[in-house]
Design a protein around this ligand. Structure first.
Ligand SMILES: Cc1cc2nc3c(=O)[nH]c(=O)nc-3n(C[C@H](O)[C@H](O)[C@H](O)COP(=O)(O)OP(=O)(O)OC[C@H]3O[C@@H](n4cnc5c(N)ncnc54)[C@H](O)[C@@H]3O)c2cc1C
Length: 410
């Protein structure tokens, strides 16, 4: 049987946060875009868009604003006005405040479900985008000018040929494997237990990052006075915590976090994620770009994974929109060169935080306390830390500067 063949400018495999954001960011390009996604569109079975959250940096808000998506998100997202960093069992505390940085908020906490709804609505409204889901990629082939993907949908084999293939099918990317692009992996022997809780007191838009002897614990402010909890523990403890009944879990969490938000009253469903730094050994090969978690999956301690991906997306969308399609090779080389530094900076920051703050050596404990106190007292250090976590340091794309991209080839 002959597979049905279709052509397009950009084919995106994976309609999660990264793939869907890129498809939206390319709207002004006028390029024809096809998205192949393993799960049904908007179905509850799409695990990427459940009640988990991401902390969006202020820089990500600027990008979504320039893409025209922010108004649809703003009312359903909670601002982070203060970040409170502390070390359990030691004295130092650092507070980063939005007013010190002259911004409305240092970041925002968004439920993946809300982001998914907003992104998918925009894709459905965009005539240049076609979604193929649920569908499964069977094989792919590339030459100098294009990539051909064979996939299965509704029991039928189909084929798409694209000028550019974006691989955004997550950390365990099958497509990356099909391309035989390897990964380097650093396993932290830690897992994150994720849940949403309701505390007894108002969170007042404060995000708490608490370093403990077993790993960092974050409470992020959500709408309806809920908090999104990311509790990092040694992997062997994670399953135990997830299996506790709600009452026992809340008691353990309360012991770790303390009473800054009063008594913890209610907890939602728990999810467990093993944590590792997984990096693709190549992010561009010929006409293929690896994006999002497929390119770099990082420890959530500094809440940087999706924010980093969105900065990649903003630049790639700008280059693809403004540069002529004939110079694709140079465009992709510029993309790699311009994004390398930011990624390395985020890996270093995250890795350092994990290593310094995930141990129980008392000398290091004191050093951490001194570091936190010093950070609280030295405005310059604090400002730098705040700019980094806000995604506002380093070289920025047009979208990252809040500028709308207008296409040349529409
Ligand atoms: C515990 C935890 C907390 C985090 N907190 C933050 C945070 O606060 N801030 C932040 O910026 N980042 C955070 N992150 C990172 C963030 O979640 C990721 O960066 C983001 O989800 C990456 O999205 P993605 O689209 O690359 O991958 P995914 O979300 O995994 O999406 C991949 C998509 O591809 C689809 N797919 C898979 N295989 C195929 C296939 N073969 N064919 C077609 N489609 C396929 C999937 O169905 C899915 O839709 C956190 C991560 C973790 C684990």
């Amino acid at each position: 049987m002959n597979a049905k063949v279709k052509t397009c400018d950009v084919l995106i495999i994976g309609g999660g946060l990264a793939g869907a954001s890129l498809a939206c960011a390319l709207e002004a390009s006028g390029l024809s875009i096809e998205v192949i996604e393993a799960h049904p569109l908007r179905a509850d079975s799409q695990p990427c868009y459940d009640d988990r959250t991401v902390a969006l940096s202020y820089g990500s808000r600027v990008i979504f604003e320039a893409m025209g998506l922010w108004p649809a998100m703003a009312d359903r997202i909670e601002p982070i006005k203060t970040i409170h960093i502390s070390d359990r069992g030691h004295l130092g505390v650092t507070r980063l405040r939005h007013s010190d940085e002259g911004v409305e908020a240092l970041g925002y906490v968004a439920e993946n479900r809300v982001l998914g709804e907003v992104l998918y609505q925009r894709l459905v409204d965009n005539q240049n985008v076609s979604m193929h889901c649920p569908a499964e990629v069977l094989s792919l082939q590339q030459d100098d000018e294009s990539v051909s993907v064979c996939y299965q949908q509704e029991g039928e084999e189909r084929q798409l040929t694209a000028g550019l293939l974006i691989v955004a099918d997550g950390v365990n990317s099958k497509t990356r494997d099909m391309l035989q692009i390897g990964t380097s992996r650093q396993d932290y022997q830690q897992s994150a237990v994720i849940t949403n809780v309701t505390p007894g007191q108002a969170h007042q838009d404060v995000a708490y990052e608490r370093f403990t002897d077993t790993g960092p614990l974050a409470f992020l402010p959500m709408t309806d006075n809920r908090c999104s909890v990311v509790w990092t523990v040694p992997t062997e403890q994670a399953a135990e915590l997830a299996a506790l009944d709600d009452e026992a879990f809340l008691e353990k969490l309360q012991q770790r976090f303390g009473f800054r938000l009063g008594y913890l009253q209610k907890t939602g469903q728990r999810h467990v994620y093993p944590l590792a730094l997984v990096e693709a050994t190549q992010v561009v090969r010929g006409r293929v770009v690896i994006m999002g978690n497929a390119a770099h999956a990082i420890h959530p301690v500094a809440g940087q994974g999706f924010n980093l991906a969105l900065r990649d997306i903003a630049l790639l969308a700008e280059l693809l929109t403004l540069r002529p399609p004939e110079s694709m090779q140079e465009t992709l080389a510029s993309y790699v060169e311009m994004r390398e530094r930011d990624a390395q900076r985020v890996y270093r920051l995250t890795d350092t935080l994990v290593k310094i703050f995930s141990n129980d050596f008392s000398v290091l404990g004191h050093a951490r306390a001194v570091g936190l106190l010093a950070t609280d007292l030295l405005p310059f250090v604090k400002h730098k830390l705040a700019r980094q976590s806000m995604g506002l340091s380093g070289r920025m794309s047009r979208l990252g500067r809040g500028l709308v991209i207008r296409g040349n080839h529409v």
